[in-house]
Design a protein around this ligand. Sequence first.
Ligand code: 3PG
Length: 323
Amino acid sequence: MSKNYDDLIKVVNGIGIVPVIVLNDPAKAVPLAKALIAGGIPCIEVTFRTAAAEASIKAINAEVPEMLLGAGTVITIEQAEKAIAAGAKFIVSPGLDENIVKWCQERDVPVFPGVCTASEVQKAVSLGLNILKFFPAEASGGVNMIKNLCGPFPQVKFMTTGGISPANLAEYAACPFVTAVGGSWMAKADLIEKEDWATITAMCREAVCAMNGFQFIHFGINTPSAEDASKAADCLSIFGMQKKVGNSSTFMNAEIEVMHSMFKGECGHIGFKCYNVERSINYLSNYGFTVDEETVKTDAKGKIKVAYLKQQVAGFAIHLVKA
Ligand code: 3PG
């Protein structure tokens, strides 16, 4: 895989959501792109299902350069040529066409062909690809099918599209074999037609939160020493909480962590779970949060298990824990 491909995958993975868009009018492309970005999704796949695709890609490329811009439903080399000339940075196809894949690879253009069977995955792998579009996701067995496919093909990850909505988004978001989730639910044709940018932005925000899967897990309370922590814990046990003493902290049930030192945060910390700490850090960077690198702990695969953020909220540090 080329550096360009790897870099793009990192960005796509960090965003986690790829809106699949059908535009009938190129004049709507730029306001739509801005609405997606305002909702926390700086990525778009403009589909070649309409004559407006090429001009829409050109307009977004010129006016919204911060957008990660891709072309979708590319089923001919001619469309791929037009898409790239117009400024698309990646190509997505509903199926696996060796000629399109090779055309893209020769030009170092990241390409994501659609697959939904083991034979197609095998073919794509033989072409040197390991990030594939899983389409149509729901109709092909959804997350269960993905897990089955990743048995024989552990090197493969999927961008899943087709039938994904707020109702089933979390299942895909929690699946470790899913690089990103795509779909049209947050920017349906009627909303674009009505220029209802506010609703599109709100649906993007909701999707981004669901994709992160944030869930409050505990409050951390700082105390100066293990002795102070023990006193605090004993007081809390009056309220019926179960004490579990550890090396650096004492947990009271799962919700309160009494620290044995004045640890991170002026007052203490708040712990949140999320599906993918790297992705959530990327998302939170939009709001000015950065990682406190010295707190990062990784698993055997190098994925972040725990990380504190540098910025505090009302005197509380925040840490993210991989669900
Ligand atoms: C695609 O091309 O990826 C799909 O058409 C998007 O699927 P959806 O409209 O069901 O989200």
